[in-house]
Design a protein around this ligand. Structure first.
Ligand code: URA
Length: 212
């Protein structure tokens, strides 16, 4: 497993605004969108391409285009949905799958309530969107669904990660697949409620408001 922390002044600036508890939901959503586009640019560095011959209005030229099979983007509902637009801007031709997961607030284990993924993901590059890599349980469960369907190349795009979660994913995935975590920052630790510290709070609530 590889962790790539994106160090860029625009990423740091937008992340600071996201962390600020005074940032209201509409601004938070807009910032997530912008930040994810920056992360997506780095996350897609190894997206598969092929060489094509084209003709410009002036001359023949050799170019590059995304190759088949199309990549698949999988936002983890609910909070990952807030990242979809930012990712789709850079990968508009990607297929989109959905995983609905929430964490059991007592055990912090992931509970799946929706699963819309293609049956066969062999040879597909998968991009999983989940803003907060806290314990890693949700991402581990998501990666398992993708591996069960044959995927071997998984990139998770996150806004923040906790060291504990990164370690858990590393242990769970081992060398079964190429897994990359692209993240704006790795924070200090998880608190006793499973929140990332200093973090930004509950990403779903900050995007969409509190739902009981
Ligand atoms: N999920 C969140 O939304 N925030 C955290 O800090 C941890 C998990």
């Amino acid at each position: 497993m590889r962790t790539q922390v994106i160090e860029h002044p625009l990423v740091a600036h937008k992340l600071t605004l996201l962390r600020d508890s005074r940032t209201p939901s509409p601004v938070f959503r807009q910032l997530v969108d912008e930040l994810v586009t920056l992360l997506a640019y780095e996350a897609t560095h190894d997206v598969r391409t092929e060489t094509v011959e084209i003709t410009t209005p002036v001359a023949k030229a050799t170019g590059t285009k995304l190759t088949e099979p199309r990549p698949i983007v999988v936002p983890i509902l609910r909070a990952g949905l807030g990242m979809l637009e930012g990712m789709s801007k850079l990968l508009p031709s990607a297929e989109i799958g959905f995983l609905g997961m929430k964490r059991d607030e007592t055990t912090f284990e992931a509970v799946t309530y929706a699963n819309r993924l293609p049956e066969d993901l062999s040879g597909r590059q998968c991009y999983v969107l989940d803003p907060m890599l806290a314990t890693g349980h949700t991402l581990i469960a998501s990666i398992e669904y993708l591996l069960e369907r044959g995927a071997r190349d998984v990139t998770c795009v996150c806004i923040l990660a906790a060291p504990e979660g990164l370690e858990n994913i590393h242990k769970a995935v081992g060398d079964r697949a190429e897994v990359t975590i692209v993240v704006a920052a790795v924070d200090d630790h998880l608190n006793e409620n499973g929140y990332i510290v200093p973090g930004l709070g509950d990403a779903g609530d900050r995007l969409y408001g509190v739902v009981d």
